[in-house]
Design a protein around this ligand. Structure first.
Ligand code: NAG
Length: 404
């Protein structure tokens, strides 16, 4: 009984503290009323250079920014703000949170250092494997950054992506027909990883390989997996999601048969649910929630193997107009908000925020991730007992990472 009272007392104390923080925040908000339509230099609503990083004690959750009803001004005023006090604390409970960084979005390197404790695995998109067995992309390796990253979070695992680039069916034939070639390639990969003290690899081969090569591929995967295990290296494979259109030619290019066969040889499988099939022809959501869930059930209806599944979460957005489709990174999205001053709607069905401009001359649809859409995906992953893989760090907004 005494402990129950103790517990209640702590709860009360906590909730009054929380109210206090909230009041403090709202009071200071009230002090600075923002004129509705005027814009002065230094106002992030129109001034790009005003985007100086601001750090606060409270997270986006404490500040009640994770919500369905948001205004474009909320995004412009807050996207740079995150809690520096919590930047080194991981909130999410899932086993694996992987995030990609790319050389063409170097902002991601910086963010990786700031939020190194929020992720378990970082995958720099650096390497390509050619049919000759050569590894290209070594010029992209950032040694100083790696050292800083390990110092910042010694538990973080760096697992660069290796893409099978430019392979024909004949190339796969020759490669899988020669144990020598396969071993030599694995030697090269392991040598590279150990030399730079990296911890494993993300393998991107499935979409590059004709489906009839599956059984031959299993021979290669066995070699790779055995050699990785010897060296205690982590192996993840990215795989295409199932097509929401059951009439599609190959609605499930990686299905439960493939998952059951490859799963014992891998540490994780990342379903690329950040790429909604046939997006280009069809203005609409980037990655609807029910579809993501369906992709997980497709591979694993039961919970046993779920911890090896990662769902893909996009940190980029899409804009559709009469001119066609363009992908949006965070900066482009912010530019659109400043330009269009649009209403942002929550789409319950897909679990995403969307912007719909019904102009007769220039209709547009913009879908870009939001705090609430990302939080919804974190909750989904937790409910399904899967992890998350995000494409890619530099395309997102700083305050997204407050959620992890
Ligand atoms: C998975 O796809 C392969 C063809 O690539 C097929 O042989 C197999 O039966 C499929 N498995 C399921 C469960 O549909």
């Amino acid at each position: 009984m005494a402990s129950l009272w103790c517990y209640l007392a702590v709860l009360l104390l906590l909730s009054s503290l929380l109210t206090l923080t909230n009041q403090t925040l709202s009071r200071s908000d009230r002090k600075k009323p923002v004129p509705k339509d005027s814009c002065t230099p230094g106002d992030p609503l129109c001034d790009k250079s005003a985007d100086t990083p601001v750090t606060l004690d409270a997270t986006v959750i404490d500040r009640n920014l994770v919500r369905e009803d948001v205004k474009y001004t909320d995004v412009l005023r807050n996207h740079k703000t995150y809690s520096h006090v919590h930047a080194k604390i991981r909130f999410v409970s899932m086993e694996t949170t992987l995030v990609f960084v790319t050389p063409w979005n170097s902002k991601g390197y910086e963010l990786a250092l700031t939020f190194s404790h929020k992720f378990t695995h970082i995958s720099p998109v650096w390497f390509q494997l050619s049919p000759s067995g050569d590894i290209s992309g070594k010029h992209d390796i950032k040694e100083k950054w790696l050292r800083k990253l390990y110092k910042s979070n010694p538990d973080l695992k760096v697992i660069p992506r290796f893409l099978f680039d430019g392979w024909s069916a004949d190339d796969f034939d020759t490669f899988y027909g020669s144990e020598d070639r396969m071993n030599k390639m694995v030697d090269g990969v392991i040598h590279l990883l150990t030399h730079y003290k990296m911890h494993g690899a993300v393998l991107e081969i499935w979409r590059q390989m004709p489906s009839e090569y599956f059984y031959k591929f299993m021979g290669f995967l066995q070699i790779l997996s055995d050699r990785f295990e010897e060296k205690d290296l982590y192996l993840c494979m990215v795989v295409p999601p199932s097509n929401p259109d059951p009439e599609a030619i190959d609605p499930a290019p990686y299905n439960s048969t493939h998952f059951l066969a490859t799963n014992p040889l891998l540490d994780s499988v990342l379903i690329m649910t950040y790429d909604y099939p046939s997006l280009i022809q069809r203005p609409g959501p980037s990655s609807p929630l029910p579809w993501i869930e369906g992709c997980v059930y497709e591979l694993s209806p039961n919970y046993e193997l779920r911890h090896k599944i990662l769902i893909g979460v996009n940190l980029f957005g899409n804009e559709f107009s009469r001119q066609g489709h363009v992908p949006l990174d965070g900066n482009l999205y912010l530019d659109k908000l400043r330009q269009l001053k649009p209403a942002i709607e929550w789409n319950e069905q897909s679990g995403e925020h969307i912007i719909q401009i019904d102009s007769p001359t220039d209709p547009r649809l913009i879908v870009y991730p939001s705090l609430n859409s990302i939080q919804t995906r974190i909750r989904l992953a937790e409910r399904l007992s899967v992890g998350i893989g995000m494409w890619e760090l530099g395309q997102g907004l700083d305050y997204f990472y407050d959620l992890f």
